[in-house]
Design a protein around this ligand. Structure first.
Ligand SMILES: Nc1ncnc2c1ncn2[C@@H]1O[C@H](COP(=O)(O)OP(=O)(O)OP(=O)(O)O)[C@@H](O)[C@H]1O
Ligand SMILES: [Mg+2]
Length: 297
């Protein structure tokens, strides 16, 4: 690295941001098993919190696959300048606000997909304080949003670790299968270690069953009973059943409630959003009602 490049690291670049009046709850959507519905749940839960509960929500796509942006392609606003997430994380004083783009849903923003996050995994690994890079980069954003939801990759690398250290709580999507069950118990060991060494307040927000096939009654009940032993009181009542509207909405690049409002996928995620609101209500700032807002203007 040249001296000029090194100096640039210490210069404050990009726009400066004032602090906002919010105090975000940071939720890491995490499972070490692939394909269990992390991204689908991140996208549809977040959009539901913004649209039905008028919350300011930022989704950060920590997965180099970039599936968040693909799942919301039709509603992400084009032509907005932003800094790719990998560059924000690799900079000395990166600010997530530089990586944010808006969607057509009021108060619902995302960080676009960034394939260069693959390299960030190893670049971050060589940094001092490598686990707290995201947490530091989130400081301003936490004052501008009610929820910051992290879509984690399906592996326990530096990006997921940064997610777990930055998070207040973890949402665990789980399929009703024996293998998925084992994946969740592995995750518990990881969470225990992160809590002990790096982020003591980290809590499990809840486990949500995804891609549930209501016909497999016996297997579903077996998995449910076993999960209750590990996560007593933490299992969401809302289950996400298998629903083709969810796949179709993703192909169209829209949240499922926007694509097929009365589909089971849409209703399941709305119900999950209400449960999340309920569980976190004591942590959330009071949002002024529409009439209060009009009075203030
Ligand atoms: N309830 C559902 N009904 C039907 N299909 C679903 C449902 N939930 C997820 N899917 C589909 O399952 C596939 C995997 O889902 P998703 O990408 O959300 O998983 P993931 O855990 O994020 O995967 P990865 O580990 O690769 O990041 C996607 O094609 C998605 O459309
Ligand atoms: Mg994913």
């Amino acid at each position: 690295m040249s001296i000029t490049d090194k100096l640039k690291d210490f210069m404050i670049s990009g726009p400066q941001y004032e602090d906002g009046d919010r105090k975000a709850q940071v939720i890491a959507v995490c499972s070490q098993k692939g394909g269990v519905g992390k991204t689908t749940s991140t996208v549809n839960l977040s959009a539901s919190l913004a649209y039905f509960h008028q919350r300011r929500v930022l989704v950060i796509d920590l997965d180099p696959q970039g599936h968040v942006e693909k799942s919301l392609g039709a509603i992400v606003k084009d032509g907005v300048e932003y800094t790719p997430l990998s560059q924000v994380l690799e900079a000395k004083k990166g600010n997530i606000m530089d990586a944010v783009v808006k969607t057509e849903i009021e108060g619902f923003d995302i960080t676009p997909g960034d394939k260069a996050l693959v390299q960030s995994e190893s670049i971050l690994g060589s940094r001092i304080g490598k686990e707290i890079i995201l947490s530091n980069a989130l400081k301003t954003a936490k004052t501008h949003y009610d929820f910051i939801i992290l879509d984690c990759p399906p592996s326990l690398g530096n990006l997921t670790l940064n997610g777990l250290v930055a998070a207040d709580c973890v949402l665990v999507p789980c399929e009703m299968s024996v293998l998925a069950f084992e994946g969740v118990t592995d995750l518990l060991d990881t969470l225990r270690e992160v809590k002990e060494r790096l982020n003591p307040p980290l809590d499990v927000l809840g486990v949500v069953f995804t891609r549930v096939d209501g016909r497999n009654v016996t297997m579903n009940n077996l998995i449910l009973e076993n999960m209750k032993r590990f996560f007593s009181g933490k299992i969401f009542k809302s289950h996400i059943t298998i629903n083709t509207a969810i796949n179709k909405a993703q192909l169209e690049g829209r949240p499922v409630f926007d694509f097929a409002p009365s589909s089971s996928g849409s209703l399941n995620y709305q119900s999950l959003a209400s449960e999340v609101m309920q569980r976190l209500k004591s942590h959330l700032a009071v949002v002024p009602s529409e009439s209060d807002r009009r009075k203030a203007n």
